[in-house]
Ligand binder design. Structure first.
Ligand code: SAM
Length: 282
């Protein structure tokens, strides 16, 4: 293999030079490929879809973790669904208020492989005593768990394969059931320009189930095609409009060190292009 090509949509491709294949194997559930690219470092793909790269993973992981955690005054209990590479867990654990994180990942093979080949993603987070790792389907977990969380983060694959259920109305209803009062759900929701067919149903379900249903964006180079969206769903209307001064105060008190996230960017990320606003209108 000298080139890895992902067909993002029929007729639209993204390609990387494969400088070295590191792993190409079937886990119990997914086809996992890791290769080296001169620009992005190590890259992981699941079922032919790029999941993460060493070079730009910080953008995605900081934005999926810090926006909800910084919006919450005291996030003590966090649930991560998916996120087998460990990058989101690493960022969540940066918040000193967080006492317990449950991570429910369906594929133990992804965690094992990423611990070994992407050590900078998790940076020891899987062994942190505040983290509890459960190998299970996130859909089943939120349908049955009696645990309650201040923040739930769906760090999923796209809406195909095992990740498809994490875009369903029943899954979002399960998340709502598992949120503590004043809690918030955020989700990986794809690239708006290309995947509005995935964004629209999520927007519909969020608005049926939650008082405040919205999205925020970030530019992640490997998720090409324009800004990617994170879903935002909560019954606490105040969380989305926490003031910049409060965010700056929390950033300083929690002693966060980030490379993409800033309090200013946090506020700006909720401003959406008109084509997205039109696309999610119901
Ligand atoms: N940043 C990535 C992206 O946008 O493509 C997501 C990366 S993370 C590796 C996605 C994880 O979700 C994978 O480890 C996959 O095994 C996990 N996953 C998929 N479906 C799941 C489910 N139903 N329950 C729990 N985890 C799931």
């Amino acid at each position: 293999m000298d080139r890895f090509t992902e067909e993002l949509e029929p007729g639209y491709f993204q390609g990387f030079a494969v400088d070295r294949v590191i792993l190409d194997e079937k886990t119990d559930l997914q086809h996992l490929v890791i290769f080296e690219n001169r620009l992005f470092g190590r890259i992981m793909a699941l079922d032919g879809i790029i999941q993460t790269t060493e070079k730009d993973e910080f953008i995605y992981h900081e934005m999926i973790a810090h926006v909800p955690l910084m919006s919450h005054a005291a996030p003590r209990r966090v649930l991560i669904v998916g996120g087998g590479d460990g990058g989101t867990l690493r960022e969540v654990l940066r918040h000193p208020d967080v006492e317990h994180v449950v991570q429910v990942e369906i594929d133990a093979g992804v965690i094992d492989t990423c611990r070994r080949y992407f050590p900078n993603h998790s940076q020891g987070a899987f062994d942190n005593p505040r983290a509890e790792i459960i190998i299970d389907d996130g859909f089943d977990y939120v349908a049955t768990s009696d645990q309650r969380f201040d923040v739930i983060i769906t760090d999923s694959t796209d809406a195909v394969g095992p990740g498809a259920v994490l875009f369903s109305r029943d899954y979002y209803a399960g998340c709502r059931r598992c949120l503590a009062d004043g809690g918030v759900l955020v989700t990986q929701n794809g690239v708006a320009f290309l995947q509005m067919y995935e964004v629209r149903p999520s927007a519909q379900y969020f608005s049926e189930l939650f008082q405040d249903a919205h999205f925020y964006g970030a530019a992640v180079p490997t998720y090409v095609g324009g800004i990617m969206l994170f879903g935002w769903a909560t019954d606490d209307m105040a969380l989305r409009t926490v003031s910049i001064d409060t965010l700056r105060q929390r950033y300083s008190t929690r002693q966060l060190v980030t490379r993409y996230y800033t309090p200013d960017l946090h506020c700006g990320a909720f401003a959406l292009p008109q084509y997205v606003i039109d696309g999610i209108r119901h």
